[in-house]
Design a protein around this ligand. Structure first.
Ligand SMILES: Cc1ncc(COP(=O)(O)O)c(C=O)c1O
Length: 431
């Protein structure tokens, strides 16, 4: 890949950006991109980077996968928009058929498409309320569900997402997400759900639990199977639905198409977005047919919801997963990353945990090896130093002390190892 001709500079573009773009739209790095291919990026100054962030979990199939680009170009030549609620098109139906065939649960399923992850979550909640005719939703501490008002209400972390944007919709409650590293056992978490059902809202008024199979923004904490089994038991006892927010875990990241395929109980509704279309904005709600069908015609949809370009891209992503064996690759990549990170951690007490599911892998940094003393400052320094050395990483976690790896599943092993080497060097340089 030839470097871009450096006609612009990052600094000049940052200066223009600061004059014209809203301050509230954050930016992790003062870098402007010129081109991307698979796991590599080049900025406007011609500098190469390895992309271990994947545009926040969107690029499981890498930047501009030729198969996906080709599918979108072909779709563009036919039509780009009709609004599915006005004039329908086959790719939408085909995508629904393929996703319901993949979704867990031995029951009839249906799907609908939206544009963003937050919209998928909003619609999952609307559908759950419509089906159960109940208002309440129970989400979890540290969870992240999006930036619209309902999804902010569901989100279990205040700064920076919720600050100054309330009031949020009512009838939303937060139970504890299990986190043994930080002293919350599965029993504690399930007990906190029961406490809400005793103290805050009667179970007969709760429509759904919404839970991420692996908390994404919250710090890559994996929901233990025993927790999901316990939650499902409470849900069944009270006629409460289980919604899996798979916006970050979905689309093959964890080694199965839906992470909830690995759950001991199938969710009633699954929200996905991000990597399902390799960089094109489309999201979905897939679930139990009778639940998805609860809202009356006209109750669901949106002008761009399930756009033909998004559908074409998502179908191509599914093809690429099959053709390139990317689910197996996610498992192998996850193991390679975990082994590599554990080797780095062995000589570094600041790394207090390496964890993940499939290729959704992260490590946590704390002072003096004490998980109770999260080291957000060290985390910031590592991320900045890695970028200086050509590796794009993202932090996450309630305390900003977790570094997550969301490198394309299509990245060659040599680039995975190159990234791990840069990461180790960066850690040593800033400790
Ligand atoms: C678990 C989860 N849910 C919902 C969202 C919101 O998705 P979007 O930013 O596409 O609205 C995100 C985004 O990071 C997410 O990780």
């Amino acid at each position: 890949m030839p470097a871009a001709t450096p006609t612009q500079t990052n600094a000049a573009l940052m200066a223009r950006r600061s004059q014209a773009v809203a301050r509230g739209v954050g930016q992790a790095f003062p870098i402007f991109v010129a081109r991307g291919r698979n796991a590599e990026l080049w900025d406007v100054e011609g500098r190469r980077y390895l992309d271990f962030a994947g545009g926040i979990a969107v690029l499981n199939t890498g930047h501009s996968h030729p198969r996906i680009v080709e599918a979108v170009k072909a779709q563009l030549d036919l039509y780009s928009h009709t609004c599915f609620q006005v004039l329908a098109y086959e790719p939408y139906v085909e995508l629904a058929e393929r996703l319901i065939a993949l979704a867990p649960g031995h029951f009839a399923k249906k799907a609908l498409f939206l544009s963003t992850g937050a919209e998928a979550v909003e619609n999952a909640v609307k559908i759950a309320r419509s089906y159960t005719r109940r208002p309440g939703v129970i989400a979890f501490t540290g969870g992240y569900h999006g930036r619209t008002l309902m999804t902010l209400g569901l989100t279990g972390k205040v700064a920076p997402y919720k600050t100054g944007f309330g009031p949020f919709p009512g009838e939303v409650f937060h139970a504890l997400f299990p986190n043994p590293l930080h002293g919350v056992s599965v029993e504690d978490a399930l007990a906190s759900v029961e406490t809400i059902l005793k103290n805050d809202i009667e179970p007969e008024r709760v429509a759904a639990f919404i839970v991420e199979p692996v908390q994404g923004e919250g710090g890559f904490y994996v929901a233990p199977k025993a927790f999901i089994a316990g939650l499902k038991a409470i849900a069944e006892r009270h006629g409460i639905l289980l919604i899996a927010d798979e916006v970050q875990t979905g689309a093959g990241r964890t080694g199965t198409w839906f992470a909830s395929e690995q759950w001991p109980a199938a969710p009633d509704l699954i929200a996905t977005a991000k990597s399902m279309a390799g960089g094109f904005p489309i999201s979905s709600v897939v679930g139990r047919a009778e639940v998805v069908d609860a809202p009356a015609p006209g109750g669901l949809g949106g002008t761009y919801a399930g756009s033909p370009l998004g559908c074409a891209a998502a179908l191509a992503v599914l093809d690429v997963f099959e053709e390139e064996g990317l689910l197996a690759r996610a498992q192998a990549l996850g193991e390679r990353l975990t082994v590599g990170l554990k080797a780095i951690a062995a000589g570094m007490p600041a790394i207090v945990d390496v964890r993940g599911l499939g290729a959704m892998v992260a490590f946590e940094l704390a002072e003096a090896g004490d998980p109770k003393r999260p080291d957000a400052e060290l985390t910031r320094r590592v991320v900045a130093e890695a970028a200086r050395r050509g590796l794009i990483l993202l932090s996450c976690g309630t305390y900003g002390n977790v570094i997550r790896i969301l490198v394309p599943l299509t990245a060659p092993d040599a680039q995975i190892d190159e990234g791990l080497t840069i990461l180790a060097e960066s850690l040593h340089a800033v400790q």
